[in-house]
Design a protein around this ligand. Structure first.
Ligand code: LLP
Length: 466
C-alpha cells in the first residue's frame, strides 16, 4: 500500500527534509527531524554536509554516526545570540556534554564560545584535553569521588556541589590548595514536568541536589567557609521538555533562592537554570524553538530580579540534547528480514541497542529513511530490529519505509544526543565510528573499535592459559 499524506501527496523519504527555503531562514535545529544541510542528490541519495551518505558508508563502514557541523554550530549560535538579545546581564551557555562527550564535539562547541558541563572525571579529562578553558568548565555529579574532586580543584574548574557529604569533603580537601575553591550549589526545585520518569530530575524525590528546605542551613555553613567561594546556584528539572512553564517556574524559584543567599551573606552572582529543551524526534513532537525557550527564561529572571530589587545575576544554562541531537544521524546497513505472517516483518540492521540504547531504555521513538532511495514511495510498515541477542532489541516499531533489500542504507535521525555517549559493547559489538561532515568533507572523530580494542582490558591469569 502506498502511504499518502492527508493532502493526497504520495509520501517518500523526502518528507523529512528541513522545511525551509534557504539556510539563512531562522530555523531552530531542535524543531527539525534531519540536519539542516540534508538534501537529496541526483543519485536519489541522502546527502548531509555535502556528503553522500552511501559514499560515507563505503568509506567508513557501518553503523556510522554522521555529525553535521553546520547544524551543531547553528544551534550553539542560536543559544548564545538569544541570551545576548533577551538578557540584559552577562550570560554563558554551557554544553551538557553527557549528551555526547568526545574531543571533537567539545572542540566545536568551545570554538562557538560555549562552556562545558561535565559529570565525571572522564568527561572532565576529555574537555580539558580538547583545550576547553577550565574557567568555562563546570563539574556536576551526585557522588563525585575524591580523585574527581582533586582533578577539578587542581585544574581550576567550578564544582557544582550536590550534597552535604560533598560540601564537607571539599572543606577537608581544601587544605591542599591555596586558592578558595569555586563552587555552585545544586538545589532540587520541586518542579514537576511531563517527561519520562528516568529523565526527570527536578521533583523533590530525586537523587540530585540539596533539599531547598535546608537552604538556610546550607547558606549558613557555606558563609563560614573562607576556603570555598560560592558563586552561584544551579538547578535542572529534566530533559526532553516541550512546555515552557516548568522553566518559567524554575526561573522564578531560583530568584527567590538568590534573595535568600544574599540575606545569609553568600555573594551569589550566577544562576544556572540547567537544560531540558526537547527536540523533534517525530512529526508529532512540537518543542519550542531555542529562541523561544531562552526568551521565556530571561523574561522571568529579569522581572523577578526587578521585583526583588536584586542585581541581575550572570545567567547560565546547560542544554545538551537540543544542541546536538538533530545534528547527527546514524547510518546502518540493512541485512536479514523475517516475515511473521499477519503480524509483522522484521528488518534487521548491523547495529542496535549497543549504539542506540534509547528505544529499549525509554521506549523512545525514532524516524528513519532508506538513504539510497529517497524518492521511492513509502509502501511498507516494518519493525527495525538490531542484531543483539535480545528480543527487545528493536530500534523502530512500525517504521514507514519504501521497499528495501539487503545492502540498503537505513538512516535513523536525531541520534546526536545520548546515543554514542550511552553506547556499550553488549554482545562484544565494536562501537561504531563517527565522522563530522561539512562542505563536502568528512573527518573521522571517533575511530571504529576493533576486536583488539574489545580485548584490550581483558586479563588472562597465567593459570588459565592453555
Ligand atoms: N544539566 C544537568 C544537570 C543534567 O542532568 C542534564 C541532563 C542536562 C543539563 C542536559 O539536559 P538536556 O538539555 O540534554 O535535556 N539519557 C537520557 C537523558 C538524561 C538526561 C540527564 N541529564 C535520554 O537519553 O533521554
Amino acid at each position: 500500500m502506498v502511504s499518502t499524506h492527508p493532502t493526497g501527496v504520495q509520501l517518500t523519504g523526502s518528507q523529512y527534509l528541513p522545511q525551509r527555503l534557504n539556510l539563512n531562514e531562522n530555523v531552530s535545529p531542535n524543531q527539525e527531524l534531519l540536519p539542516l544541510t540534508a538534501k537529496v542528490n541526483n543519485h536519489d541519495c541522502l546527502e548531509i554536509g555535502g556528503c553522500d551518505i552511501t559514499t560515507l558508508v563505503q568509506q567508513f563502514g557501518s553503523p556510522l554516526y554522521i555529525l553535521d557541523e553546520e547544524t551543531l554550530r547553528l544551534a550553539c549560535q542560536q543559544y548564545r545570540e538569544a541570551f545576548q538579545q533577551y538578557y540584559q546581564g552577562a550570560s554563558q551557555v554551557l554544553y551538557a556534554s553527557k549528551a555526547w562527550n568526545c574531543s571533537a564535539v567539545c572542540a566545536i562547541v568551545a570554538s562557538e564560545g560555549l562552556g562545558i558541563d561535565v559529570v565525571s572525571g572522564g568527561e572532565l579529562y576529555t574537555a580539558l584535553n580538547a583545550g576547553v578553558s577550565p574557567d568555562k568548565i563546570y563539574l556536576h555529579g551526585n557522588n563525585k569521588s575524591r580523585s574527581e574532586l582533586d582533578l577539578a580543584i587542581t585544574s581550576g574548574v567550578t564544582i557544582v556541589v550536590d550534597n552535604w557529604y560533598e560540601l564537607k569533603t571539599l572543606v577537608e580537601m581544601v587544605h591542599t590548595t591555596s586558592q578558595p575553591i569555586r563552587i555552585m550549589l545544586r538545589l532540587t526545585p520541586g518542579i514537576e514536568c511531563h517527561t519520562h520518569e528516568y529523565i526527570r530530575t527536578g521533583h523533590l524525590d530525586s537523587k540530585f541536589g540539596f533539599d531547598p528546605n535546608d537552604l538556610n542551613e546550607v547558606f549558613g555553613f557555606v558563609s563560614q567557609q573562607s576556603t570555598l567561594n560560592c558563586v552561584g546556584l544551579h538547578a535542572h528539572i529534566g530533559s526532553q521538555i516541550f512546555e515552557r512553564q516548568p522553566h518559567r517556574d524554575l526561573a522564578s524559584v531560583m530568584v527567590q533562592w538568590l534573595r535568600d543567599a544574599t540575606k545569609y551573606g553568600v555573594n551569589v552572582t550566577e544562576l544556572n537554570v540547567g537544560g531540558g529543551l526537547g527536540i523533534r524526534y517525530t512529526e508529532s513532537d512540537d518543542p519550542p524553538s531555542i529562541e523561544e525557550w531562552v526568551k521565556a527564561i530571561c523574561e522571568v529572571i529579569q522581572a523577578a530580579c526587578a521585583a526583588e530589587n536584586l542585581p541581575l545575576p550572570k545567567l547560565l544554562s546547560e542544554p545538551g540534547r537540543s544542541l546536538i541531537a538533530t545534528a547527527c544521524v546514524t547510518a546502518y546497513t540493512i541485512g536479514s528480514s523475517k516475515v511473521v505472517p499477519e503480524i509483522r516483518t522484521y528488518v534487521a540492521v548491523d547495529g542496535g541497542m549497543s549504539d542506540n540504547p534509547r528505544p529499549i531504555t525509554y521506549q523512545s521513538v525514532y524516524r528513519a529513511v532508506v538513504a539510497n532511495r529517497m524518492s521511492a514511495p513509502i509502501t511498507e510498515t516494518v519493525t527495525i530490529a538490531g542484531k543483539h541477542c535480545e528480543s527487545g532489541d528493536i530500534l523502530i516499531k512500525n517504521a514507514q519505509l519504501p521497499k528495501n533489500q539487503p545492502g540498503d542504507i537505513l538512516v535513523v535521525m536525531g541520534t546526536g544526543a545520548y546515543n554514542y555517549s550511552m553506547a556499550s559493547n553488549y554482545n562484544r559489538l565494536a562501537r561504531p565510528a563517527a565522522v563530522v561532515v561539512a562542505n563536502g568533507e568528512a573527518n573521522l572523530i571517533l575511530r571504529r573499535e576493533t576486536y583488539q580494542d574489545l580485548i584490550r582490558q581483558d586479563c588472562l591469569p597465567e593459570r588459565l592459559k592453555k
